[in-house]
Design a protein around this ligand. Structure first.
Ligand code: HEC
Length: 464
């Protein structure tokens, strides 16, 4: 054989071995470490099923003696997702866009010891919304992702302090067999997403959040996200020095996608009840919250859980004041506002059907006198979703979002959006999706929540 054909053969052989290994290993971190199928923990990735939630609650440990296997490489995973095609319609313009998937996340996730685990997310997005010198811009960004935390089981410490403990499935639990028992408390600290324990989590949406549209430094169209978890008020600011607006659709407080903080949770009576408390930094202030959750176990394929939330934000946002020369221009006022958030969420699963919803109320305290008469201090949001696994490879979803907005009366508008989506999984770790969102209310050109009629996306969600 000539030297050249030898090279070609060697190259092909190398390629085949890479592709082969790639196919065998083309599964994310937890599946690799525990040698499990994605669907053991996910309805379909990225949504967790009851077992996956349990696995998360226990600090990425399995309730058996199973130890993560493999080497460091098994702790890494990559996710690439985003739109391939976009079509949006409003009365004045119709836009179509072809774009490569524009977001990637890199995960390092692993149980390091029976009582300690680590979860770090790095992300890259070429089209991220940023606020710079008083204007919104789209920019490329690579950095620490939404979540980066460690989780420790403090059960052993509680035991050292004198409480009875027992070993179950390689994990320390507080209590006695047949009597009171508690798993935890677990401490999750770093950049955390506490709502992972809520009956409706902020992250891991099957219907991805859309991007905001920016024109001349201003938000022209707000993204479609689960409205229940958003800031909900028109006219607020995040801070004084940069005067960055807090967008109506920012997912805030307990329902953040990830903020610096410390979160404690514990499960009682074999996971029938869950209690959670924690602190989170937000803008110039901080949050304190508590959650109580009830899990009814499986009966004939039916499971149900419900959660209640109470959250107080200490000085987390700033009220607006009007510019003395031009009342249309807003500035952050000197006062920081407190914000009360409370709400409930529930999730029922029956065979191939998964239904979940949340309703959340917000109320602001300390709104200054000069704008009090024109500022609505209460707001609420409702989000309801149903997923139906029509076939091993086909997941149908629909979501209803309702926002009863608060804030400046001359700017605020309520929003109602209905979304439908079809996700096709040719392999467990790859999904193609088609989705359509409809603004159910009237079109309002100057309002970024309502400045559109219809948005259609085709995209991909791909995990390695
Ligand atoms: C042993 C349970 C388990 C298995 C098996 C598993 N996962 Fe996960 N997965 C999780 C948990 C728990 C999380 C949530 C981590 C978090 O956000 O804190 C997660 C998160 C994810 C996410 C992250 C979403 C995000 O952006 O926050 C994706 C994507 C994902 N899994 C895909 C997969 C795929 C694909 C497979 C199979 C090849 C798989 N997972 C197998 C438990 C599992």
């Amino acid at each position: 054989m000539s030297r050249r054909s030898l090279t070609v053969v060697a190259l092909i052989a190398a390629l085949i071995s890479v592709v082969d290994v790639g196919a065998a290993e083309a599964i994310p971190a937890f599946a690799r470490q525990y040698d499990m199928q994605c669907n053991a923990c996910h309805t379909r990735p990225p949504r967790l099923n009851s077992f996956g939630e349990q696995f998360h609650l226990m600090g990425f440990q399995l309730p058996s003696a199973a130890r993560p296997r493999g080497i460091v490489i098994d702790s890494l995973a990559l996710r690439i997702f985003g739109g391939l095609f976009e079509y949006s319609k409003s009365p004045r313009e119709t836009e179509t866009k072809l774009a490569p998937p524009d977001e990637f996340e890199f995960f390092i996730a692993r149980a390091l010891a029976p009582d300690l685990s680590l979860y770090v997310e790095l992300e890259g997005a070429p089209n991220e919304l940023e606020f710079e010198d008083g204007r919104f811009v789209k920019k490329g960004r690579i950095g620490l992702g939404k979540e980066a935390f460690f989780m420790v089981n403090l059960g052993r410490l509680v035991g050292l302090a004198g409480a009875p403990t027992m070993e179950m499935g390689g994990m320390t639990m507080v209590g006695r067999h047949g009597g009171f028992n508690m798993h935890g408390p677990m401490l999750m600290a770093g950049k955390v997403d506490p709502s992972t324990n809520f009956s409706y989590a902020t992250n891991r949406q099957l219907i991805l959040d859309t991007d905001a549209d920016v024109k001349h430094g201003e938000i022209e169209r707000l993204p479609v996200v689960p409205y229940a978890f958003t800031s909900k008020f028109f006219g607020l600011f995040k801070n004084r020095d940069e005067a960055e607006p807090q967008l109506v659709t920012d997912q805030v407080m307990y329902n953040t996608q990830g903020s610096p903080g410390a979160d404690f949770h514990a499960m009682f009576q074999n996971n029938l009840y869950l209690g959670q408390v924690g602190f989170l930094r937000e803008n110039e202030g901080f949050n304190a919250y508590g959650v109580f959750r009830v899990n009814l176990g499986e009966r004939e394929g039916f499971t149900f859980n419900a959660s209640a939330l109470a959250n107080w934000g200490f000085g987390v946002v700033r009220a607006p004041t009007r510019d003395p020369d031009d009342p249309d221009v807003l500035h952050p006022s000197n006062r920081r506002l407190d914000r009360l958030r409370y709400g409930v969420a529930a999730n029922a699963r029956w065979k191939a059907l998964d239904v979940y919803g949340a309703v959340i109320w917000d109320r602001l305290f300390g709104v200054p006198g000069d704008i009090r008469s024109e500022f609505d201090r209460t707001a609420a949001g409702l989000t309801l979703q149903a997923d139906y696994l029509a076939h091993e490879t086909l997941l149908l979803s629909t979501r209803f979002d309702q926002l009863w907005a608060g804030g400046l009366r001359d700017r605020k508008r309520d929003g109602t959006v209905l979304t439908a989506q079809l996700r096709y999984y040719p392999w467990p770790n790859i999904a193609f999706f088609v989705r359509d969102s409809v603004n159910v209310r009237s079109f309002v050109e100057e309002n970024p929540l309502r400045s559109w009629r219809n948005q259609l996306f085709i995209g991909i969600d791909w995990d390695f």
